[in-house]
Design a protein around this ligand. Structure first.
Ligand code: AMP
Length: 284
């Protein structure tokens, strides 16, 4: 298996890419699990028919998207393990910049104003989060000039924010959205899951189950508002200490759904043992 090339500066990325084309980029914050690896594997599959192609993975715990300094501090990190896993999944180039490389002390503070779709839900509960996400993703697009970039549906609103940014700013990149990878019990894989005790981990799956129940009610044309309230009660009963939102929304605009219809999504965010989890399922 060829070694993965590890680079830490933007100049090194440009040198490493050279004339490679197409470039397939997977942006991440690391501490890889099967969700991340599925994105990298999809990129590697897309490269098979492209002899000059290159699979690049960025690993950067982006401080500008964390509204809670404690969450940033506690974010798990393991570069060595990640490099080995990325290589196995088919990554050619791994970018591990420092915060100083991405945001040099003399930077002017230019930021991306995220689109409307960023306002509610995560945008409301994590002020500034999507400014940080949109800014770092745009920076990565300008560092790598990827032809294709891969994102996980696990972060549904993030996918929508990036898709709108790409459209609004005419960015020449193709987005590929990959399905959520789950633990055998259904819990969406997340680097934050590792911070849960065994007991809380066992109960955390209730978020997924609650969303399934809401989606099911919406699909059957039932009163899904009532089901959202029931879902919140269910989460508190399972030991979650807070529930930021449980809602049925239009999958494109992220506006709350007023009636059953096509393209809806059940979305939720809740905290257990100090760990904030998010998830979403489609309403079929
Ligand atoms: P993160 O490192 O959490 O920023 O995630 C990097 C990328 O992996 C994002 O596009 C996420 O949406 C995606 N991702 C995270 N968890 C999962 C998952 N369980 N299944 C699929 N994609 C995921």
């Amino acid at each position: 298996m060829p070694a993965v090339e590890i680079v830490r500066t933007i100049d090194e990325v440009r040198d490493a890419i050279g004339g490679a084309s197409p470039v397939f980029l997977v942006p991440t914050m690391g501490y890889f699990h099967e969700g991340h690896l599925s994105l990298i594997r999809t990129a590697a599959e897309d490269k098979v028919s492209e002899p000059e192609g290159l699979v690049a993975v960025s690993l950067f715990v982006n401080p500008t998207q964390f509204n809670d300094p404690k969450d940033l501090e506690a974010y798990p990190r393991d570069e060595e393990r990640d490099a080995a896993l990325a290589r196995e999944a088919g990554c050619d180039l791994l970018f591990l910049p420092t915060a100083r490389e991405m945001y040099p002390p003399d930077e002017g503070g230019t930021r991306v104003m995220p689109p409307r779709v960023a306002r509610k839900w995560e945008g409301e509960h994590r002020p500034g989060h999507f400014v940080g996400v949109a800014t770092v993703v745009l920076k990565l697009f300008h560092i790598f000039f990827p032809d294709v970039a891969y994102f996980g549906e696990k972060d549904w609103q993030q996918c929508r924010v990036i898709a709108e940014m790409v459209r609004d700013l005419n960015l020449p990149v193709w987005l590929k959205l990959c399905p959520t990878v789950r633990e055998p019990d259904g819990l969406a894989m997340s680097s934050r899951n590792t911070r849960l005790s065994k007991e809380a981990r066992a109960r955390a799956v209730e978020l997924y189950r609650a969303l399934l129940a809401v989606a099911d009610a919406a699909a059957r044309g039932e009163d899904f508002q009532k089901e959202c309230e029931r879902a919140k009660e269910r989460l508190f009963a399972a030991g979650f200490e807070s529930v930021d939102y449980i809602a049925v929304v239009d999958g494109e605009t992220l506006e709350p759904a007023s009636a059953p219809g096509p393209g809806l999504r059940a979305i939720g965010a809740a905290t257990i043992e100090g760990v904030r989890l998010i998830d979403n399922v489609s309403v079929d």
